[in-house]
Design a protein around this ligand. Structure first.
Ligand code: NAD
Length: 459
């Protein structure tokens, strides 16, 4: 592979050759990429297992399976998505036919994180290619096996002047960010998101930032405790808690807290057994650095369940912490691991005080059977997206845009939203020549009065 500036200039030349714009060619490449990925299905599971002991079931449901759904969607709908969209014309531009053209940005940089290393690299890649761009993909350096496999797949399918996967860590990312891109799509932490935004600002490059944050989960006293606990345990401990939209902490109505804690303990044991380190379904923390970061959060806290740490194997058991202070280590940053702090509330003011203590979260969950309570929560707080009476599943409907707001990010994708993210919506008017209303032309004379009447009539 050549140097980064060379790859980019080759990609710009390739884009300028108009080759990426042919829909049939985009479809051919998408199908080829899908085929290669299908052929490598087992290798993908093996790589994820080697990287952080992710089970095949979780690798299918949260990486491979979703990627295939996105391929199918893009392949089936590409021609429709890419078609110029006719919009109603305006009396001010009469006679005309008005359209939105879907224009690829050009050279796109995609930087992916490690926590869903396959999904979060390939899903944006599918949509960037579908939209007609060239792509440099930078997978995460922390998931060596998956990133190596992604690179092999990309190299097998695409010429590097079309799509290139460049592996490396901060240094590589920094070099990539120093180049001039037409679009940057970044998934990762808030702190690196700010670095990406600064680099993009230098060239006025548009960005999507898919970031993280502390996503709250509110549970009132009208809920079915067992069902609620089962759903939360699933969403919190999936992927070892290393999910950007995992419930970061719970805010529980104090009337049911004691009983609910018992329900949580029961459901954790049902899912992972008495000793989760023996469960084939329980992943490990990505590396020692993160294991130590999480272990530190447990110091001086009231651990009421779990709390076992094995630095050597990067294992932390599913852990419940009771009533940490909002200033504690565990509440000061996104947890991103299998530790669940439990806070309680007695009034809606308590909920507001806790949630507004933090930046706008990526997700918010509310469990309640009271409609007015739910609506009040949904309308009061600003957050990326959320679910009522479950967790995570808003990720699963491609019709819903997925993204953050404020510190949890900007922009959104999934399904057609992803295609739109990688397309500039170019406004086009095709003017008719059969009549040329004279009102706009000087000399204006008495035309202002007529114009004002027109504006009033048509507004
Ligand atoms: P990260 O920000 O450390 O790394 C993400 C990518 O940025 C990697 O490819 C890495 O090589 C690169 N990078 C790291 N430091 C850099 C620097 N100084 N300059 C330039 N590039 C740099 O994030 P991570 O640890 O891989 O992932 C975890 C974070 O990602 C969590 O905060 C999580 O919430 C967030 N996340 C968000 C989503 C989402 O869809 N919103 C999805 C997954 C993860």
């Amino acid at each position: 592979m050549g140097s980064i500036p060379n790859i980019i200039s080759d990609q710009k030349a390739y884009f300028n050759s108009q080759k990426t714009k042919h829909l049939d060619s985009r479809l051919t490449y998408l199908k080829a990429l899908k085929n290669e990925i299908v052929l490598k299905e087992q290798a993908i599971y093996d790589a994820l297992k080697l990287d952080f002991k992710k089970s095949e079931f979780e690798s299918f449901i949260s990486e491979f399976g979703i990627v295939i759904l996105q391929f199918n969607l893009a392949i089936k709908n590409l021609k429709q998505w890419a078609k110029p969209e006719a919009v109603k014309s305006s009396i001010l531009t009469f006679p005309s036919k008005d359209y939105i053209y879907k224009d690829p940005y050009g050279s796109v940089l995609i930087i992916a994180p490690w926590n869903y290393p396959f999904l979060l690299a390939i899903e944006p890649l599918i949509m960037a290619v579908a939209a007609g761009n060239t792509v440099v993909l930078k997978p995460s350096e922390l998931t060596e096996n998956t990133s190596q496999l992604i690179t092999e797949i990309v190299e097998k399918v695409f010429p590097k002047e079309y799509v290139a996967s460049i592996q490396g860590g901060v240094e590589t990312s920094t070099e990539l960010l120093a180049q001039k891109w037409d679009y940057i799509f970044f998934t990762g932490s808030v702190s690196v998101g700010k670095i990406v935004a600064q680099a993009a600002a230098k060239h006025l490059t548009p960005v999507t930032l898919e970031l993280g944050g502390k996503s709250p989960c509110i549970i009132d006293d009208s809920v079915d405790l067992t069902l609620t606990a089962r759903r939360i345990v699933w969403g919190k401990f999936l992927n070892g808690g290393q999910t950007c939209i995992a419930p970061d902490y719970l805010i529980i109505n104090s009337n049911i807290k004691t009983e609910f804690i018992e329900a949580l303990k029961t459901e954790i044991t049902k899912a992972y057994g008495e000793n989760p380190s023996n469960s084939p379904d329980y992943p490990r923390i990505i590396n020692t650095k993160n294991t130590l970061r999480l272990a530190k959060m447990l110091k001086n806290e009231h651990v009421i369940f779990g709390g076992e740490v094995d630095e050597e194997t990067c294992y932390i058991s599913p852990t419940l912490i009771d009533e940490p202070s909002l200033e504690s280590a565990v509440m000061s940053e996104e947890i991103f691991g299998p530790i669940l702090p439990l806070l309680s509330y007695t009034s809606e003011d308590d909920i507001e005080r806790i949630i507004t203590h933090f930046e706008k979260p990526l997700a918010l969950y509310v469990f309640s059977n009271r409609k007015s309570f739910v609506e009040a929560i949904l309308n009061k707080f600003s957050f990326g997206g959320g679910v009522v009476n479950d967790v995570l599943i808003h990720f699963g409907n491609h019709k819903l845009p997925f993204g953050g707001v404020g510190h949890s990010g900007m922009g959104a994708y999934h399904g057609k939203h992803g295609f739109d993210t990688f397309s500039h919506r170019k406004a086009i008017i095709k003017r008719g020549n059969w009549i040329d209303p004279p009102i706009r032309y000087a000399p204006y004379n008495e035309k202002l009065g007529i114009l004002k009447k027109m504006f009033k009539y048509f507004s």
